[in-house]
Write a protein that binds this ligand. Structure first.
Ligand code: PLP
Length: 400
């Protein structure tokens, strides 16, 4: 099997699983209890907190653990929105048109509660313009939430610049960095963020655990109530084993970052060149430079990404479509729409995301397998037929 869907999730690394194991069996204590079993659990959690903090240049006490990227985004966005709105500071939020649903849907829910949300465009490149941000800011603006790297097209936003503008205007700034942490350098001070979301399962940790960086003296209104754990913001008995796993994943990510970036970038570029050179009318969605090392988002005219994914699956290759397929209906991805693609084009997209355990041989196999599948799908496609006859028409016109 060739796994190239690392933006969807990554396998739990063996090293991570090994450090987690004792917290299920031997050190199973509740981290809030004071006897030794509880203290052991607490110690494991605090070591993990330090490893998360170190990876992003934060202090330990600026990290809270959550149940994942989604909860981190919700705590940050709703927490700031309600805190500052209740204090009479305003009701305006600025975000981008390509956020993950965890941010997008949170903003949309806030709109229904009376908040006003501006969705910044990202143009063909898939990147927000700082000028647009500047002109969107008004007196009522209390929060800017813009992701660091996009989960579909991998584009990297100018977070440091955005953060600087937020600071100058005294506006809180949150960034969903679920896709960037552990993949490219992330430093909360260089990026000028007040809040930053992390998820464990995107960086070789277990699912169902994440973290939120909260800059000192940033106050949030809680969205959940309970036993007061994690600064009253993510209450409930801590997922100790999961947290320990996240900590180890962060420690390894920091250690291996410098080695992984060139390795993964090289595999990605090889795969891109191999496909673009052998499949006509194939393209890359989004800016190619300002992009995560492991992200490829192809577009093949005249085919359905879903069929391509299924046929690749049959060959033992795991990738995903560019268009989000909900169980109820097929809707074009809001990200691909935001970069200006028509529905038919966005349905012909394929996302392959590479991780450090992928090999050059795997890339060669994928380069070999994709072209015949695309050709086969095109031979059955009415869109492709139209495309071809259009081409022929053009040739005729050229003949005259
Ligand atoms: C996966 C993902 C999330 C959600 O994280 P979970 O831990 O799965 O809840 C949020 N934002 C981005 C950009 C993601 O890729």
């Amino acid at each position: 099997m060739i796994y190239m869907d690392h933006s969807a999730t990554a396998p739990v690394r063996k090293e991570v699983f090994e450090v987690m194991e004792p917290y299920f069996t031997k050190s199973f204590g509740n981290a809030s209890t004071f006897y030794s079993l509880g203290r052991e659990a607490k110690a494991g959690m605090e070591e993990a907190r330090e490893n998360v903090a170190k990876l992003i240049g934060a202090n330990n006490d600026e990290i809270i653990f959550t149940s994942g990227g989604t909860e981190s985004d919700n705590i940050a966005i709703q927490g700031i929105a309600y805190k500052l709105n209740n204090a009479g500071k305003g009701n305006h939020i600025i975000t981008s048109a390509i956020e993950h649903p965890a941010v997008m849907e949170t903003c949309s829910a806030l709109e229904k509660k009376g908040f006003e949300v501006t969705y910044l465009p990202v143009y063909e490149e898939g990147i927000v313009k700082v000028e647009d941000l500047k002109s969107a800011i008004k007196e009522e603006t209390i929060l800017i939430t813009i992701m660091h790297a996009n989960n579909e097209i991998g584009t990297i936003q100018p977070i440091a610049e955005i953060g600087k503008i937020a600071k100058e205007n005294n506006i809180k700034f949150h960034s969903d960095a679920v896709q960037s942490v552990g993949k490219i350098p992330v430093d909360v001070n260089e990026l000028n963020v007040d809040l930053l979301s992390i998820s464990s399962h995107k960086i070789y940790g277990p699912k169902g655990v994440g973290a939120l960086y909260i800059r000192k003296r940033t106050r949030l209104e809680p969205i959940l109530y309970g036993g007061g754990q994690e600064k009253d913001l993510s209450p409930g008995t801590e997922n100790v084993a999961g947290i320990v796993g996240l900590g180890e994943a962060c420690r390894l990510a920091k250690e291996e970052l410098d080695e992984n970036i060139p390795y993964i970038t090289n595999l990605r570029n090889k795969l891109i060149d191999g496909i673009l050179n052998s499949v006509e009318k194939s393209y890359i969605n989004g800016n190619i430079e300002k992009r995560l090392p492991g992200n490829i988002n192809f577009r093949f005219t005249g085919i359905e990404g879903e069929s391509l994914v299924l046929m690749l699956d049959a060959k033992g290759i795991d990738g995903s479509t560019g268009s989000a397929c909900s169980s109820k209906k097929l809707t074009a991805s809001h990200v691909l729409k935001a970069i200006g693609l028509e529905d038919v084009d966005s349905h012909g997209s394929l996302r392959l995301t590479i991780g450090p355990e992928n090999t050059e041989e795997e890339v060669d196999t994928v380069i070999k397998e994709i072209p015949p599948i695309v050709e086969k799908l095109r031979s059955m496609s009415s869109i492709w037929e139209k495309e071809e006859s259009l081409l022929k028409d053009n040739t005729k016109r050229c003949d005259i």
